[in-house]
Design a protein around this ligand. Sequence first.
Ligand code: NAD
Length: 429
Amino acid sequence: MKVSVIGSGYVGTVTAACFAELGHGVVCIDIDPEKVNMINRGEPPIYEDGLEDLLAKHAGKTLRATADYDDAVSNTDISFICVGTPSDDEGNIDLSIVKAASKSLGAALAKKNSYHVVVVKSTVVPQTTENVVVPIIEKASGQTAGVDFGAAMNPEFLREGKAVYDFMHPDKIVVGAIDQRSDDAVSALYAGLDCEITHADPSTAEMIKYVNNSFLATKISFSNEIGNICKKLGIDTYQVMDAVGKDFRISPNFLNSGAGFGGSCFPKDVKALIGKAKGQGYEPILLNSVVKVNEVQPLLMLDQLESRLGDLSGLTIAVLGLAFKNDTDDIRESRSIPVIRALQDKGAVVTAYDPMAADNMRLLFDSSSIRYCDSAAQALKSADGCLVMTEWDEFRSLCSEFATMKRPLVIDGRNVISCNEIEYVGLCW
Ligand code: NAD
């Protein structure tokens, strides 16, 4: 099949490259000419393990990129909307990018005479595909859904850092279509993958994605709250959760307490579901608490620091890890962001190191406000304290590097440091 993928970010580029790997012809669409050029050169616009190899293999052959919707839509049978769905100022979903992409897609469909399927892969709150996307496309194209074009919602569950692997080895594929013809077209694209497809209506498919993320976020905030209680009691929460996770009804995953969850999905998706629930007149008590725990959690690291160092003003604090998790350059909603802000508010000098995410963080905190370093050792040199914010593998072997600090005080927010010669403080253990 011939597929166009709208938006060349984390989801769009991975989706495009993996569909090409599955044997489909793919055209990427992005409004950012730099991303279009990079993809056409076979260079991934974002870092994902395995993505570079796939683009090198398929770019210029079965995969290409353009900024021209007419070109992409007229040369493909099915289009995936993979643009961002950020939060607005109140935390509700901001659909402006999805609406703009839908309008451009509809305008391109107006010039096409054959049947086309429109698929929403962006994470959108229930009822968006049917009540927002489809009407915009109908208006812009002058065509009718279910007659001239098909529509479906196909949520994405990939983990950043493991996105290519997850796309090729999914544990679930959900297709929420407005009719059988649309469902058949989307399902056929995944025929090369060994995975059962869950068929649903679009709103159910949209809800599955939110419930998935909200449940995982709830598990993390629950583990963090338990970790905070364990810390007060001098109990190792990791030993507790290790045993608790052996219960098959619970599973051992997502029980690691620490500095909280970040990334482009969990924080905004939980907030968007809260906003949608409130819009229906329901106040979601548990989900509100999930967000609250996550906001407080990283700041507990500063409490630990201040209880040992006192006033942080003028002190140098090394922040190890800027990405929201390991193996990605993504800093969106990284827990290091509120921590750095709080350190700066308290007058501390921040040195920072991340193996991948420093360039992205520079867009938020420029080099005059943070001293970015090329190694953990450089960031630690002469520091008064250290905060470990990301579970990068290379941090696990740090030990002698701490000896160059003014005081080898390490507050570990990810349970990755195991060095006996330091003043070690686990956030929740
Ligand atoms: P992103 O911000 O990395 O990428 C979005 C891309 O869309 C950008 O390249 C941007 O230039 C492009 N774009 C913006 N407006 C456009 C337009 N009108 N036409 C064409 N392109 C346009 O976003 P992302 O992280 O890939 O997320 C995309 C969606 O997938 C979101 O809804 C997100 O919640 C969801 N999602 C993300 C992940 C993840 O791990 N990142 C996982 C699952 C689902």
